[in-house]
Every structure is written in C-alpha cells, then in structure tokens.
Design a protein around this ligand. Structure first.
Ligand SMILES: Cc1cc2nc3c(=O)[nH]c(=O)nc-3n(C[C@H](O)[C@H](O)[C@H](O)COP(=O)(O)OP(=O)(O)OC[C@H]3O[C@@H](n4cnc5c(N)ncnc54)[C@H](O)[C@@H]3O)c2cc1C
Ligand SMILES: NC(=O)c1ccc[n+]([C@@H]2O[C@H](COP(=O)([O-])OP(=O)(O)OC[C@H]3O[C@@H](n4cnc5c(N)ncnc54)[C@H](O)[C@@H]3O)[C@@H](O)[C@H]2O)c1
Length: 507
C-alpha cells in the first residue's frame, strides 16, 4: 500500500479563500499545533475533525496538517482501519498461504518431492496475526500523527451532536470547522433466517478450525478471494451469487477465466441464483437453502461466509443531527467529496464509490485540500487500478470493453494470451490474458484488464503509462526485460497497432 505523502518541509501557507467560493476555507494557523497526541479538553475546537483512522482518515489528517490546519482524529478502534487490521493485509497473508499450498502440490512438476501438504489452521491464524502486526509496525500512524502535530483521540465512537460538534463515547465533545467522515464500513449480513450462523469475511480467522466444507455467498472481490483461499487449503467450496457472473465489476472476459478456473479446481459455482432463502443447523452441519431456476436447492457445509456487500458504518453517527443523508447504505458526496452539508465531507468506503485503499487515500488527500484550501480538487478515478488474488489473479484499470464500446464504438481492443508469453510458459502459468483498449487513434489507453500470474503488477505498469499519457505506439516501442510477465504489455500494444477499428456505417 502506498504511503500518503509527508514532505519534510510542510507548507504552512494555505490560501484562506475558497477557489469556488462555495465552501469557507479554513484560515490555517501560522504555528504548528504542539499539543500532545490524545489530550483534549471538553469542547476543544479544531479546523478539521477526521472521524476514523483507516487509509482515508490517515491520508486526510496528514494532508490537512501539512497544509497548516489544526487537526483532530477520532478513532473508535485500532488505527489503520479495515485494510491493515481485518481486510487487505490478513486476506493477502491468507492468499500467500494458499499459493504456497498450491505450489507445494505442484512442486513435483519441477522434480521436487514433497508429499501432500496440510494446513495447520492454528499456526496459519497465528502467522496472519504476526504479519498484520509487522505491517502495523511499519505504518506507525499514531507516531506520524504526533510528529505532524495531529491530536489522536481514542475515546470510543464519535457521533454528531450538530453540524460542527461531535461527541465521543467518553462524553467529551470536539468542535470543528470542517468534518471529514472516514468511517469505512462493515460486512452486510443478509436479512434471512439463520443469518447468525454465518461468518463474515473480517471474522474468518475466528473460525475454530479449517472447515471441511464451506459455502461462500457473494462472488465479488472479497468472496472470490476467500473461495480461492479455502479451496487451496483443501476445503470443498460452494459459491453462490445472485449476479449472473463472478466478479461483476470486472471485465466480463476476466469473470469467464476466473469462473472456468474455479470449476477446474472443483469449486461448485452457482451464479444467477434467485435468492439465498435461509440457513439452518442440522446434525451434519449448516444447511444452506437457495432458489435457482424456480427450484429449491440445499447444501450442507461446516461454515458459511457472507461476502454480500459493504455498507458504510453510519448507523450510530447521528448524521440526521448534522443534516447529512444516507442513500443505499452510503453517504452521497459530490466530486469534491462534500456531502449535502458543504463543510462535512464523506471519504473512502463511507461514500460507497470505489471501495479500495488507493481510492481512500487519494480521496482523503483531496478532501483535506478541499476542506483547508477551498473546494477545487477532484481525483482521477479512471486511473484507479484494482485486482484480487484468486488463482489466477485478476486486475483492471479504466473502462471495461463494454463501457469503452458504449462510449466509442470504434475503439480498438487487443487481447494477448499468457500462453504466448515465454515467462508464463517457463513458470507453467499460461492461463489468462492481457486485454488493452485504446481510442480509435490509439492516442489514449482507455482500459487494461488482465487475468493470470502477476496480473496486478502488469495492470499497474499500464496504469503508469496511462497516467503519463503514453500513446500506444510509444508503449509498443518500450523494451521489456526478458523473461518477464510485463512483456505481455509490449505484445498487447503491438497487437493494438495492428488492430483495425470496427467499421461503422459511415465508413
Ligand atoms: C476482506 C477485505 C479485503 C480487502 N482487500 C483489499 C485489497 O486487497 N486492496 C484494496 O485496495 N482494498 C481492499 N479492501 C478494501 C479496503 O480495506 C477499504 O477500501 C479501505 O480500508 C477503506 O478505507 P477507509 O479509511 O475508508 O475505511 P476503514 O479502513 O474501514 O477505516 C475506517 C475507520 O473508522 C473507524 N470508525 C468507524 N466509525 C467510527 C466512529 N463513529 N467514530 C470513530 N471511529 C470510527 C473504524 O474503527 C476504522 O478504523 C478489502 C476489504 C475487505 C473487507
Ligand atoms: N482486492 C481488492 O481490491 C478488494 C478485496 C475485497 C474487497 N474489496 C472492496 O470492498 C468492497 C466490498 O467487497 P465485497 O466483495 O464484500 O462486496 P461486493 O458488493 O463487491 O460484492 C458482493 C457480492 O454479493 C452478491 N450478493 C448480494 N446479495 C446477495 C444475495 N442475497 N445472495 C447472493 N449473493 C448476493 C452481489 O451480487 C455481489 O456479487 C468492494 O467495493 C470491493 O471492491 C476490494
């Protein structure tokens, strides 16, 4: 995860007027705040109050302080938020463990005799916690807040008393000219009978043992990764989703490769079901009941994981007292991250848009600038790469092929299979492809979608080219080290140059 920027010499000369004139900018203090972290008096007033110290709140607070604002961060739990404590980091450690299991199983292909690997669940869980602690050690949010003069208060949950006052569980109040809501979210439990029998993704490490049979409900980024983890660990996995395909947010061709791979790995995939009806306990485990194609179906498993969405953590925030609305479990925000109340901003998972660390961070920085300097900063959502650790991995940036063709029917698309990339053949990782999409003149790369080994790193490299405004012919001339997965980028760029735009009726 990239660290938010903290230049050594923080500029303390913020503009005191708003660029748009719609939001009052904060006149920054000439001197840095010197107050020790964690000590406030009831009713203390700040320029900026940040609720939540996940990736969004951390980036926002550091940037606001850099700009000279007096900042308080109110955090109910551990600093670092979902990402480091219960989300990306533990999931990535599980993905690494799963990969080791798969590699150990196939080691004999390369002449290594290992025997059947077996998961020691308690040791696996202990290793995940240890790795999380090591990542937390290098993040040091609390120390960085203190060094930046930011007051960190951990006195329980914050809630609005009015549009400028927040009250903590401790009863203490904080007032602020601007409030940045960076509260993140939590797993959605389906409102069905027996829902309490299910585990949610942030609690999988609490499972008492590795389930022999597991049902995952929800085939989004979270569900798909957990399916891969448990399948690699040796569990029998059933995947259920009402959506017509796995990974609905990804390019359809990616869903197809991942879904086929799941089927080859023995995972039972049921997409396009009508509904999950209920869970019930039976003598042999937990029965999952669902309806598909007008008929009822059931499966008995040892654990059910509900990965069915991520509503914002807004239930006890007192938003009605501040005049901030909630729509479909998130706080609507405009392009500058302002809610309906212009000095209250909703950032990161709380606004329900791109629920990713990289989005939370750049939104946090932008919202802080808007709060302190006046509203004029937006973020380049089209340059947001994302992906997941399934087998094979997948990733994407920019427009999917369907979105690109809707905007420009003459856009050009080239897909290069990993089976034609030397490195993938050497590593026996020939499944997958890189798809590049460009405008008809091949001046702009509109999207990149990869599934296969190192898909995220490949897509990240294309993102760098997109951010730099590199056109397709320049990309086609870049030399790639041999033998690498990135070489697929050069192959795809050259294929794009050879590709003809689709003829239209005007031709
Ligand atoms: C299993 C899983 C895996 C994921 N993997 C990835 C990944 O690989 N890559 C990726 O980019 N994203 C991933 N994500 C998404 C990523 O974790 C989130 O997008 C990111 O953490 C959002 O940051 P945030 O700061 O908005 O919210 P959070 O990280 O959730 O932080 C919110 C903070 O606010 C605090 N808080 C909440 N309410 C209050 C209150 N009332 N008062 C005070 N404090 C409060 C919370 O305690 C928390 O610390 C994953 C998510 C999950 C669940
Ligand atoms: N690697 C990553 O970048 C990563 C990893 C995990 C999560 N995230 C982000 O966190 C957010 C939450 O992810 P998520 O996967 O938990 O949620 P999601 O909303 O992306 O996916 C939820 C899935 O559950 C399905 N679903 C909903 N109701 C259902 C029902 N009644 N029965 C069966 N299926 C149902 C939906 O169709 C959907 O496919 C997303 O924005 C995601 O991008 C990112």
């Amino acid at each position: 995860m990239p660290e938010p920027t903290t230049p050594a010499a923080a500029p303390r000369t913020a503009r005191a007027t708003s660029a748009s004139g719609t939001t009052p900018a904060i006149a920054p203090h000439a001197e840095p705040a010197t107050r020790a972290s964690g000590t406030i008096a009831d009713g203390d007033t700040f320029d900026v109050a940040v609720i939540g110290a996940g990736p969004a709140g951390t980036a926002a607070a550091l940037r606001a302080a850099e700009l000279g604002a007096r900042v308080v961060v109110l955090e109910a739990g551990r600093v670092g938020g979902t990402c480091v404590n219960t989300g990306c980091v533990p999931t990535r450690v599980l993905a690494k463990t799963a990969r080791l299991m798969r590699d150990a199983r196939h080691a004999d292909d390369y002449g290594i005799q290992l025997g059947q690997p077996r998961i020691d669940w308690a040791a696996t869980v202990a290793n995940v916690h240890a790795r999380v602690d090591r990542v937390r050690d290098i993040k040091r949010e609390a120390e960085r807040f203190a060094a930046a003069g930011i007051t960190l208060v951990q006195e329980g949950r914050a809630r609005f008393e009015d549009e400028t006052t927040l009250v903590l569980d401790s009863g203490r109040r904080v007032r602020a000219a601007s409030v940045l809501i960076c509260v993140g979210g939590h797993s959605r439990r389906l409102p069905i009978p027996g829902a309490e029998l299910a585990t949610v993704p942030e609690d999988v490490l609490h499972l008492p043992e590795l389930p022999r049979r597991v049902a995952v409900i929800g085939a989004g980024n979270t569900g798909a990764q957990l399916v891969t983890v448990f399948s690699s660990f040796g569990s029998e996995v059933t995947l259920l989703d009402v959506a017509p395909r796995v990974l609905m947010a990804s390019d359809a061709a990616i869903s197809s490769v991942v879904s086929d791979a799941f089927a080859r790995q023995g995972i039972e995939v049921h997409t396009g079901i009508e509904t999950v009806e209920r869970l019930s306990r039976s003598s042999s485990g937990i029965d999952v009941w669902w309806r598909a194609a007008g008929a009822s179906a059931t499966k008995t498993v040892d654990a059910v994981i509900m990965a069915t969405g991520w509503p914002a953590d807004v239930d006890d925030l007192g938003l009605e007292k501040a005049g901030v609305e909630v729509v479909r479990s998130a706080i609507p925000a405009d392009r500058y991250f302002r809610t309906a109340v212009p000095h209250i901003f909703a950032v990161g998972d709380a606004n329900g848009r791109d629920m990713l660390v990289q989005a939370a961070q750049f939104e946090g920085e932008a919202a802080a600038e808007n709060a302190v300097l006046g509203v004029n900063r937006r973020t380049p959502q089209h340059l947001l790469p994302a992906g997941g650790f399934t087998d094979p991995d997948y990733a994407g940036v920019g427009l999917t092929e369907v979105e690109a063709r809707e905007r420009d029917p003459q856009c050009v698309v080239a897909t290069v299979p990993f089976s034609g990339v030397d490195r993938a053949v050497i590593d026996d990782r020939g499944t997958g492809f890189l798809k590049l999409i460009a405008d008809r003149r091949r001046e702009l790369i509109l999207g990149a979608h990869a599934v296969g080994e190192n898909a995220i790193e490949v897509v990240q490299s294309v993102t760098t080219a997109m951010a730099a405004g590199v056109d397709v012919s320049t990309l086609a001339n870049v030399r790639f080290a041999y033998p690498t997965y990135s070489a697929v980028i050069g192959l795809a760029a050259r294929a794009l140059l050879a590709e003809s735009p689709r003829p239209t009726e005007l031709d």
